[in-house]
Design a protein around this ligand. Structure first.
Ligand code: DMJ
Length: 668
C-alpha cells in the first residue's frame, strides 16, 4: 500500500510507534532495568550479589558457604559437593569404595604403604602435601605444607638430645615402657574391636556408643598421632589404612558437636600436619562441614547435638531442660575450626568460631606488603561491612554481661542469655578457658582478644573460686550463684597445666604468681591420687568435714583412665624440670599397670579406694589420645612436639602455631 505524505504527520515505525511514543517506551524500559538492579543492591546480604556476579573461583568461600548453610545444602553429602571450590568431589565421595578408581587406588597405596612416620614426613616435605596427588584431592587447597614445615622452630619429633639431668638409660626405659603400653592398648583394640569406637577389654568386643552420630573408629582416629609420635610405624600404617579404606562419613545419626570436633576433627588435623597425607585433610574438612548445621541458631552459638541426616540440631535434654548450650562444648571449637579454614580455604569455619575474616588481614598483610595506613583502611572497611552479619561464639561471649567476670556453664543459643549461674573449671566449663589461652598461643601471639579474655577470666576465677584448704591444699571450687561447692573434679586438674602454659605471657608482676599457682594446683591433684589405695585419682574430690582431696561418695570414686593430672605433670615438667613431675608420672604408670591393665587392654576402675579392681570394661579413646601421649612426652625431650610450635587441643591432638615467618628449622 502506498503511504501518502500528509503535512504534520510523522510516519509510524514498522511497529506502529511514533517518535514520542518510542521515547516514552525507551524511558519505561530503562526505568525497569534500573529498578531491577536497584533491588539487587538493596538485598541485605552482599554475598548474594557476589554469588550472582563473581565467577566461582573469585567468590569468597566463607560468604558463599554462610549463604548455603542457611539451607544446609552443604551438610548433606548427597546433595552437593562439600566445598564450593571447583575441584570439589562428586557427591558421596567420602566413601573410598566409591571414590577410588582402580588406577587412583593403586597410586595411593604405592605412595603410602611402606612408609613409617619419619619417612612419610620426609616424603611429604620432599614433594609438598598439596602436590602429593592432585588427582586424589577432592578439596582443593592453597595450603603449602612445605612452607608450613619450614616455619616450625624444631623438628617435629625433636632432636633426641636429652637435656635432662636424669640418667639417659632410666628415662629411655621409662619412655619405652609407655610405648609398650600404647602398643598393647592398640593391639588389643585392633584384635577385638577394630573399627568400633571403643574396646571393651573384659568382654573382648567393641562398643559404638551414642556420641558420634554413627561414625566409627574413634579409637583409630584418636590414636593416629600418638602412634606416629612413638614411632609405632606398623601400627600407624594399620590405623591409616583403616582411615583410607573404612572411615566413612555417610552416616546418619545424632552426634555431639564437641566430641566429634575434639576427637575426630582434632585427630585428623593432627595426623595431616604430622604427615602431610591428604586423606586426613580431606576427611577432616568433610566432617567439619557435616557439623555446620549445629550453628543454625539465632545467636550463632551452636547447639550441642547435630543430626547428620536431617541437618537439624538440638540441645542436650539434660542442659537446663534442653534449653542450653554448654560452655566447654561451644567454647572448644576455635582451634580446630581455624585450622579447617586454613586447610580448606573456606572461611566459614573461622567465622563460626570468631570474628576472623577481618583479622585474617593481618596474616595477609605480611605477604602483600600493605603499609600501616593501607592495612588499617582495609581492616576498617572489612569490619564495617561484615560486623552486622557475623554472629559467632567469640563475639557473643565477649559482649555478654558476666556475673563477677565469671562465665557460667549454660547459655541459651536462642536468646544468648545465661541459663544458670553454675561456674566450673571442671566439667562443663573446663576447655573453654583452655582454648582461650591456646588460641592466643596458636595465633603466634596475635589474637589479643583471646589473651585478654583468658587473663580476665583467670582473675575472676582466682577472686571467686580459688581456695586453700585448712591442710594447705590449693583448689578451684565450683560456684553456684555465689555459693561454693568445695570440690574439684578430676577434669579440673588440667588447670595446673593451663595456668603454667599461660604464665609466661601474663603481666610481668603476675608471672611468678601463676607459676606457683600452677604448681600448687598440680600438687593438690597429685594428692588426690596419693591419698587413694590404688594411687589413681577419683572422678571428684572434696575439701570439707576434715577430709581433703578425697571422694566422699562411692559414685565419685571411679577412675576412667582420664589424662588431666598427667597432662599437668607434662606442662609443669616442661616449665620447671623439677624431677618430682616425672616421679609422679611414673607412679601413675605403675598404678595403671597394676590396676587397669587386663589381658585384653586397659580398663577404667570403679573404685580407686579398693585394691581389688572392679573394672568398668572400657578402654576410653582418650587413654590412647591423651593419657599415654602426655606420659610419653613427660619422659621425652622438650623439643618433641615443642610448645613453641604446637598447641594441644583438648583431646591432646597437636595443632601447629601459625608462625608467619620462615625462620624455623622444622623442615630440616
Ligand atoms: C577428653 O575427651 C577431653 O580431654 C575433654 O576435654 C574432657 N574429657 C576427656 C578426658 O577426660
Amino acid at each position: 500500500m502506498l503511504m501518502r505524505k500528509v503535512p504534520g504527520f510523522v510516519p509510524a515505525s514498522p511497529w506502529g510507534l511514533r517518535l514520542p511514543q518510542k521515547f516514552l517506551f525507551l524511558l519505561f524500559l530503562s526505568g525497569l532495568v534500573t529498578l531491577c538492579f536497584g533491588a539487587l543492591f538493596l538485598l541485605p546480604n552482599s554475598s548474594r550479589l557476589k554469588r550472582l556476579f563473581l565467577a566461582p573461583r573469585t567468590q569468597q568461600p566463607g560468604l558463599e558457604a554462610v549463604a548455603q548453610v542457611a539451607g544446609h545444602p552443604l551438610t548433606r553429602e548427597q546433595e552437593s559437593p562439600p566445598n564450593p571450590a571447583p575441584a570439589a568431589p562428586a557427591p558421596g565421595e567420602d566413601d573410598p569404595r566409591s571414590q577410588a578408581s582402580p588406577r587412583r587406588r593403586k597410586g595411593w597405596l604405592r605412595r603410602t604403604r611402606p612408609t613409617g612416620p619419619r619417612e612419610e614426613a620426609t616424603a611429604a616435605r620432599g614433594s609438598g602435601a598439596t602436590a602429593l596427588r592432585p588427582q586424589e584431592g577432592s578439596i582443593s587447597s592453597s595450603f603449602d605444607f612445605n612452607a608450613f614445615r619450614s616455619r616450625l622452630r624444631h623438628p617435629v619429633l625433636g632432636t633426641r638430645a636429652d637435656k635432662s639431668k636424669e640418667p639417659q638409660s632410666l628415662v629411655q626405659s621409662q619412655r619405652e615402657k609407655i610405648k609398650e603400653m600404647m602398643q598393647f592398648a592398640w593391639q588389643s583394640y585392633k584384635r577385638y574391636a577394630m573399627g568400633k569406637n571403643e574396646l571393651r577389654p573384659l568382654t573382648r568386643d567393641g562398643y559404638e556408643g551414642n556420641m558420634f552420630g554413627g561414625l566409627s573408629g574413634a579409637t583409630v582416629i584418636d590414636s593416629l598421632d600418638t602412634l606416629y609420635l612413638m614411632e609405632l610405624k606398623e601400627e600407624f600404617q594399620e590405623a591409616k589404612a583403616w582411615v583410607e579404606e573404612s572411615f566413612h562419613l555417610n552416616v546418619s545419626g545424632e552426634a555431639s558437636l564437641f566430641e566429634v570436633n575434639i576427637r575426630y576433627i582434632g585427630g585428623l588435623l593432627s595426623a595431616f600436619y604430622l604427615t602431610g597425607e591428604e586423606v586426613f585433610r580431606i576427611k577432616a574438612i568433610k566432617l567439619g562441614e557435616k557439623l555446620l548445621p549445629a550453628f543454625d541458631t539465632p545467636t550463632g552459638i551452636p547447639k550441642g547435638v547435630v543430626n547428620f541426616k536431617s541437618g537439624s540440631n538440638r540441645s542436650w535434654g539434660w542442659a537446663v531442660a534442653g534449653s542450653s548450650s554448654i560452655l566447654a562444648e561451644f567454647g572448644s571449637l576455635h582451634l580446630e575450626f581455624l585450622h579447617l579454614t586454613q586447610l580448606s580455604g573456606n572461611q566459614v569455619f573461622a567465622e563460626k568460631a570468631s570474628l576472623l575474616p577481618c583479622s585474617l588481614f593481618s596474616t595477609r598483610r605480611a605477604k602483600v606488603g600493605w603499609d600501616s595506613a593501607g592495612f588499617l583502611e582495609k581492616m576498617k572497611t572489612c569490619l564495617v561491612s561484615i560486623s552486622w552479619q557475623v554472629r559467632n561464639i567469640r563475639k557473643v561471649l565477649r559482649d555478654i554481661d558476666k556475673p563477677f567476670g565469671l562465665y557460667p556453664n549454660f547459655l541459651s543459643p536462642v536468646s544468648g542469655n545465661w541459663m544458670q549461674h553454675h561456674v566450673s573449671v571442671g566439667g562443663l566449663g573446663d576447655s573453654f578457658y583452655e582454648y582461650l589461652i591456646k588460641s592466643w598461643l596458636m595465633s603466634a601471639k596475635t589474637d589479643m582478644e583471646a589473651k585478654d579474655m583468658y587473663y580476665e577470666a583467670l582473675e575472676a576465677i582466682e577472686t571467686h573460686l580459688l581456695n586453700v584448704s585448712p591442710g594447705g591444699l590449693t583448689y578451684i571450687a565450683e560456684w553456684r550463684g555465689g555459693i561454693l561447692d568445695h570440690k574439684m573434679g578430676h577434669l579440673a586438674c588440667f588447670s595446673g597445666g593451663m595456668i603454667a602454659l599461660g604464665a609466661e605471657d601474663a603481666k610481668e608482676e603476675k608471672r611468678a604468681h601463676y607459676r606457683e599457682l600452677a604448681a600448687q594446683i598440680t600438687k593438690t591433684c597429685h594428692e588426690s591420687y596419693a591419698r587413694s589405695d590404688t594411687k589413681l585419682g577419683p572422678e571428684a574430690f572434696w575439701f570439707n568435714s576434715g577430709r581433703e582431696a578425697v571422694a566422699t561418695q562411692t559414685s565419685e570414686s571411679y577412675y576412667i583412665l582420664r589424662p588431666e593430672v598427667v597432662e599437668s605433670y607434662m606442662y609443669l615438667w616442661r616449665q620447671t624440670h623439677d624431677p618430682i613431675y616425672r616421679e609422679w608420672g611414673w607412679e601413675v604408670v605403675m598404678a595403671l599397670e597394676k590396676y587397669c591393665r587386663t589381658e585384653a587392654g586397659f580398663s577404667g576402675i570403679q573404685d580407686v579406694y579398693s585394691r581389688v579392681p572392679n573394672h568398668d570394661n572400657k578402654q576410653q579413646t582418650f587413654f590412647l589420645a591423651e593419657t599415654l601421649k602426655y606420659l610419653y612426652l613427660l619422659f621425652s625431650e622438650d623439643d618433641m612436639l615443642s610448645l613453641e610450635d604446637w598447641v594441644f587441643n583438648t583431646e591432646a591432638h597437636p595443632l601447629p602455631v601459625n608462625h608467619s615467618d620462615s625462620s624455623g628449622r622444622g623442615g630440616a
